[in-house]
Design a protein around this ligand. Structure first.
Ligand code: DLL
Length: 432
């Protein structure tokens, strides 16, 4: 179901709205945030230079380190008395990135999450099992407020304690599962061990995001949990979950909430906008946020925009599922490899479980790529010859697809560590 009429605006009306909002936000950050005033002054730009949407490309980019340099609240555009919530994303190095919300920001965000849920067929009467982490991470509370906004019953279960999750899911009759795609497989696996069949539970749809996942993983999750799996994308800096989400009708491409976030795709090397539909790095400008407006934020996430109309009736551009991050890309003996490409190959092979780990190391001057992947019980108890054949096939397919050879280690079922939130798929010992 379509939640707001803004979801079906004509392109012309949408762009009119975007321009008005862009001019307002540019004015506001220039007045209120010293960081932006400095950036604009250095670029010799005044807010009044934004006369049309394409003038956006003249504005300077914002990057993650700008947020860290202004830690914790230096980029806020309102006094702290107006900030009713903060979230933060844990960086791998040092201080987290802190973001803030006014009361209006929270209302807007809840509304966008309601769009996402509604687009997934969720309504009052549904029981939402929210296993995204609650806390500084935006996943838990983002979904929570959206769930209440649509009037569904929300179970704020958060992550972990999988056995208990299964009991609650079954007893409370959860119809919607919200969690990371890597976590989604845990209840399925644990239920099986307890002798329960999760496929017979009431789950009908799952809204999964916060980490990259492949089409193959979608098929696997849908099979194991007997639900429709949809992709949701977002990042704390921009708002949290709810920047874009797939609709149940098309299950292809994530509708971007373009009335609130202006999306660009740029070439990550030249930083020039790419032609519409081409792959590149996503850049977002927030159009309506009050506490923490962002101008041309480089996400490092790679995707492309889809401008073809969607059968669901929403008129926004969609983004293709994220293929990887510019900083996720592994360079193995000079060949660019994305973890998602590895997952794509693994998911196609019969006999493997959807649990794997990628290990990169360097022996002398040579990079070594190892993939540890679980095999299913049946294969595991089969004769050595079959395991050997499987390993050879995998080596061949990976080399064929990636253009680089990898060492394959087939491991026993349930030996690779399960994630409770975002999975850590890659261990790059070269950086340790
Ligand atoms: O992960 C927000 C979120 C919560 C999104 C729950 C969806 C569901 P951060 O912790 O700031 O925010 O991490 C943001 O996660 O730049 C992407 O690299 C990655 N990411 C988020 N959603 C997806 C997705 C939340 N659907 C970073 N596919 C982003 C691939 C995703 N990567």
């Amino acid at each position: 179901m379509i939640w707001n009429q803004e979801e079906t605006l004509s392109r012309k009306d949408l762009e009119g709205l975007q321009l008005k909002r862009l001019q307002a936000v540019v004015n506001r950050v220039y007045e209120k945030v010293p960081f932006y005033r400095k950036q604009f002054d250095q670029a010799k730009l005044k807010p009044s230079d934004i006369k049309k949407l394409s003038d956006l490309k003249n504005l300077p980019f914002t990057i993650k380190s700008d947020l860290r340099d202004n830690y914790p609240f230096g980029m806020f555009a309102v006094p702290m008395e107006e900030v009713v919530r903060v979230h933060a994303s844990s960086g791998t190095t040092g201080k987290p990135t802190v973001v803030g919300y006014t009361r209006n920001d929270i209302t807007m965000w809840s509304d966008l999450m309601a769009r996402a849920l509604s687009g997934a067929g969720v309504h009052a009467g549904d029981v939402i099992h929210n296993a995204y982490g609650y806390g500084l991470f935006t996943g838990g509370l983002g979904f929570h407020y959206g769930a209440e906004r649509v009037g569904a019953t929300v179970i704020p279960i958060s992550g972990g304690q999988t056995q208990r999750q299964i009991m609650i899911m079954q007893d409370f009759g959860s119809t919607v599962l919200c969690c990371t795609p890597s976590y989604a497989l845990n209840p399925a696996e644990s239920a099986k061990q307890q002798g329960a069949d999760i496929r017979k539970f009431k789950l009908k749809v799952g809204i999964f995001g916060a980490e990259p996942w492949s089409e193959g993983m979608r098929t696997e999750i849908e099979k194991q949990l007997n639900l429709k799996a949809l992709d949701v994308y977002g990042l704390s800096e921009v708002i949290g979950p709810g920047v874009s989400c797939e609709c149940l009708e098309a299950k292809f491409g994530l509708h971007i909430n373009e009335d609130h976030f202006l999306a660009e795709v740029v070439n990550p090397k030249t930083l020039e906008p790419v032609p519409l539909g081409e792959m590149g790095e996503l850049v977002f400008t927030s159009l309506t946020k009050e506490a923490f407006p962002l101008i041309r934020y480089r996400t490092r996430d790679l995707s492309r925009l889809i401008s073809e109309p969607c059968p669901c009736g929403r008129t926004s551009y969609r983004m293709e599922r994220i293929t990887g991050r510019t900083d996720d890309m592994l360079i193995i003996r000079g060949v660019n490899v994305f973890p998602s490409q590895i997952e794509h190959v693994l998911m196609k092979i019969e006999g493997l479980e959807p649990h794997y780990q990628i290990i990169v190391d360097r022996k002398g001057t040579m990079d070594e790529l190892e993939i540890q992947v679980e095999v299913n019980e049946k294969i595991f108890s089969d004769e050595m010859k079959k395991l050997d054949q499987l390993k050879k096939k995998l080596e061949y397919d990976l080399k064929d697809f990636l253009g680089v050879s990898a060492k394959i280690t087939l491991v026993e079922p349930r030996t690779i560590q399960r994630s409770e939130g975002k999975a850590k798929r890659v261990i790059d010992k070269r950086k340790i």
